[in-house]
Design a protein around this ligand. Structure first.
Ligand code: GLN
Length: 407
C-alpha cells in the first residue's frame, strides 16, 4: 500500500465541526460550531435571487470581482480609516479559512516559527502544520485572557516569521485594547515580523469595547495581512466569502497561492454580496444591538444556573468553566452533555496548547427562543452530573479516559 502524506498525520478533523455532527445525532441544541440559526438580511437574499436570474455564472477574476473589491475598499475606509487599493491590495477568498491558509502559505517556509496566542481558533494549528510552520504559543491567561508582555517578547526573540492575531478572539471573546495592540505593533516592527490578523468578528464588539483594526496602527502597514470574512457580519457562513487585505507585494504572492488552491470564490455570491458591502452604518449598529441582546440573555441565564464564565467583550462565544464538575476528558464530557443534557458545546481543549479540561465553549448566535431552550436544558446540567455521581451510575466520562460516545 502506498503511504499517505505525513502532513495529515498530526491533526484530526475539526472538533468544532465534529460537534455539529454530534449535536445532530442526539438532537441537541447546537451551541458548538458558531453559525446563526436566523436568516441573512432580506435585501441580501433578494439580491441573490436576482443574481440567479442574471448572467454571472462563470468564474470571476481569480482575486475577486472588481465591484466586490471596490465596495470592500470603501467599507474598510469607513470603518478603519485605512485607504486600500482594490486593484492591488485585495484577494477575495473562500471564507477567511482560505484567507488565513493562503496567507500562511505565502509568508512562511517549512520550519519557520509563527506566534499564536493560546487559546486559539483551532484552524491555526492545522494551518501551521499544513504550511510546515512551527507555532510558538503565548498564553492568554483566564479569566481575563491577558498576555504577559515579557512572555510575548520572548516569543519574538525566537526569530518568528509571523504572529497570528485573532481580534476579537475566538474562543475567549477578548477584544485587544489599543495599548496591547500598540505593544504588539512595536514588537512586530522591532523584530520585523508579519502580523496575520483574523478579524471576522470585527462588527461584534460589545460596548464599551472597541475594535481597532491592526492595520490602522502607525508603522505597521508593510507588515500587516488582514483577513476577514462576510460570514459573521451578514449571517452568511455558507456563502464562504472571505478576503485578505495586504500591501501590494504581499497580495501578489497570496493571489498566486489562492489561484492554485481554489481559483476563486463563487462569482454569483460575490455579485450578490456587493449589496451587503454597501449597507449603511445603521446596519452594523443594529447587528451589534441584536448580538448584545443575545449575549446578555445567554449570560444572564448562565449566571442564574450558577455556571462560571468570563463575559465576552466581542465575538459570540462564551467560555464556561466546568472545573467544578471534575471533568477529566472534556471531549467525552461534551459528548455526554449533548446526549444527556441536549446541548452541544465545543470542548475547550481544542483551543488550548496545553491539555486543558476546564472549559467548554458555547456560542450564542441563535434566536432568543433557541437560547431559551438551551438554557432550560442546561438548568438540569448540575443535577444530571450530581445524579450520575450519587446513584453509582458514574458518568462514563469520569470512568474512563477514552471516547464514550462514537461520532
Ligand atoms: N468560526 C466558527 C467557530 O469557531 C465556525 C468555524 C467553521 O466551522 N468554519 O465555531
Amino acid at each position: 500500500m502506498p503511504v499517505l502524506s505525513k502532513r495529515t498525520e498530526h491533526f484530526t478533523d475539526s472538533v468544532i465541526r465534529r460537534m455539529t455532527r454530534v449535536a445532530n445525532k442526539y438532537g441537541a441544541v447546537n451551541l458548538s460550531q458558531g453559525f446563526p440559526d436566523f436568516d441573512p438580511p432580506q435585501q441580501l437574499k433578494d439580491a441573490l435571487a436576482q443574481v440567479a436570474q442574471g448572467s454571472i455564472h462563470q468564474y470571476a477574476v481569480t482575486w475577486g470581482a472588481k465591484n466586490f473589491r471596490e465596495s470592500l475598499a470603501r467599507k474598510q475606509a469607513v470603518f478603519t480609516g485605512v485607504e486600500v487599493d482594490p486593484e492591488t491590495q485585495i484577494v477575495v477568498t473562500c471564507g477567511s479559512t482560505e484567507a488565513m491558509m493562503a496567507s500562511m502559505l505565502a509568508v512562511t517556509n517549512p520550519g519557520d516559527k509563527v506566534i499564536v496566542f493560546s487559546p486559539f481558533y483551532e484552524n491555526y494549528g492545522a494551518d501551521a502544520i499544513l504550511s510546515g510552520a512551527e507555532p510558538i504559543y503565548v498564553p492568554l491567561r483566564p479569566p481575563r485572557f491577558g498576555f504577559d508582555p515579557e512572555e510575548l517578547e520572548n516569543a519574538f526573540r525566537q526569530n518568528p516569521k509571523a504572529l497570528i492575531l485573532c481580534n476579537p478572539s475566538n474562543p475567549c471573546g477578548k477584544v485587544f485594547t489599543r495599548e496591547e495592540l500598540e505593544f504588539i505593533a512595536e514588537l512586530a516592527i522591532k523584530y520585523d515580523v508579519f502580523v496575520i490578523t483574523d478579524e471576522v468578528y470585527e462588527h461584534i464588539v460589545y460596548k464599551p469595547h472597541k475594535h481597532i483594526s491592526f492595520a490602522s496602527l502607525p508603522g505597521v502597514s508593510d507588515l500587516t495581512i488582514t483577513c476577514s470574512s462576510l460570514s459573521k457580519t451578514y449571517s452568511i457562513t455558507g456563502w464562504r466569502l472571505g478576503y485578505v487585505i495586504a500591501p501590494p507585494h504581499i497580495t501578489e504572492s497570496i493571489r498566486k497561492v489562492h489561484d492554485f488552491l481554489t481559483v476563486g470564490a463563487a462569482a454569483p455570491l460575490q455579485e450578490a454580496a456587493v449589496t451587503a458591502l454597501n449597507f449603511d452604518t445603521d446596519y452594523y449598529r443594529k447587528l451589534l444591538g441584536h448580538y448584545t441582546e443575545k449575549k446578555d440573555f445567554f449570560i444572564d441565564g448562565l449566571r442564574r444556573i450558577g455556571l462560571k464564565f468570563t463575559e465576552p467583550q466581542g465575538a459570540y462565544y462564551v467560555m464556561v468553566d466546568v472545573s467544578e464538575f471534575g471533568v477529566k476528558d472534556d471531549v467525552a464530557f461534551c459528548e455526554w452533555m449533548a446526549k444527556e443534557v441536549g446541548v452541544a458545546a465545543v470542548p475547550g481543549s481544542s483551543f488550548f496548547k496545553n491539555k486543558e479540561n476546564s472549559y467548554v465553549r458555547f456560542h450564542f448566535a441563535k434566536n432568543i427562543s433557541t437560547l431559551e431552550d438551551a438554557l432550560k436544558r442546561l438548568e438540569k446540567l448540575k443535577e444530571k452530573v450530581r445524579n450520575g455521581k450519587n446513584d453509582g451510575d458514574t458518568l462514563a466520562w469520569q470512568r474512563r479516559t477514552g471516547r464514550v460516545y462514537s461520532i
